[in-house]
Design a protein. Structure first.
Length: 240
């Protein structure tokens, strides 16, 4: 009998405590819901210009050649423009936004031909048959856009011809060595393919030319050569 009374009293006390705790919990303020977490935006990878590449180009060239008249010693300037086309190969290394590179190119330029006459009426023609450059490049990368400058050594095969009044002609062909500087823009269309636009100035200084015809005998003159090139092209970069 005493055991039943004890158990009943314990049960009643436990129920009372539970009710009191429930009432107190109901009186507590509700916790605010956690703020929603913004989704993480996907950032596409920044394009990397590092790697080897090959490509081709077409465009136009402007030749300026200044000759010393073999009879009067005055200077005569001959210039003309024409089509050019060729190929390039190179390699780039990127450090954050800075891109350093080395490039070689070759252009066929035989369509560029300047013609004039000396004081005796002889015809003089000068035409670079091809040009080639080996340059260092430095550029700033804005993701897929590369803005760059370049400079280095330039080569050209210069074909010069003197035709006298009798129609006899003499040709002096030489490989000139000079310097070049230029600038350009390049844009990556895909991970491997890019397009470019570029301007280059090639300076070759003055060289002595020697001609010989039956009517004139041996004639010597000095001539300098400068070539400006505007090119549009494409490159294929190997690797990712």
């Amino acid at each position: 009998m005493k055991l039943r009374v004890f158990v009943g009293g314990f049960t009643l006390a436990a129920g009372t405590v539970a009710c009191v705790c429930s009432v107190q919990a109901a009186d507590l303020p509700m916790r605010p819901a956690p703020a929603p977490v913004a989704p993480v935006a996907y950032a596409p990878p920044v394009y990397n210009w590092s790697g080897f590449y090959v490509g081709g180009h077409i465009g136009g060239g402007f030749e300026n050649s200044s000759w010393t008249d073999p009879f009067t010693g005055s200077n005569d300037t001959f210039n003309n423009s024409g089509f050019l086309g060729g190929a390039q190969i190179g390699v780039n290394t990127q450090f954050n936004w800075l891109v350093l590179g080395l490039e070689g190119d070759f252009s066929w330029t035989s369509a560029i031909k300047g013609t004039g006459t000396d004081s005796a009426g002889d015809s003089i023609t000068t035409s670079p048959q091809w040009t080639s450059t080996v340059t260092g490049r430095i550029g700033a990368a804005f993701d897929r856009l590369l803005v760059y400058g370049k400079g280095g050594v330039a080569f050209a095969e210069d074909k010069s011809t003197l035709t006298d009044l009798t129609g006899a002609s003499s040709t002096d062909t030489m490989t000139r060595v000079g310097w070049t500087a230029g600038a350009g823009l390049e844009y990556a269309l895909t991970d491997n393919w890019s397009v470019r636009a570029e301007y280059d100035y090639l300076g070759f200084g003055s060289k002595q030319l020697n001609f010989s015809t039956p009517a004139l005998g041996t004639v010597s003159t000095n001539a300098d050569l400068n070539v400006q090139e505007v090119k549009a092209g494409f490159d294929y970069k190997f690797g990712p």
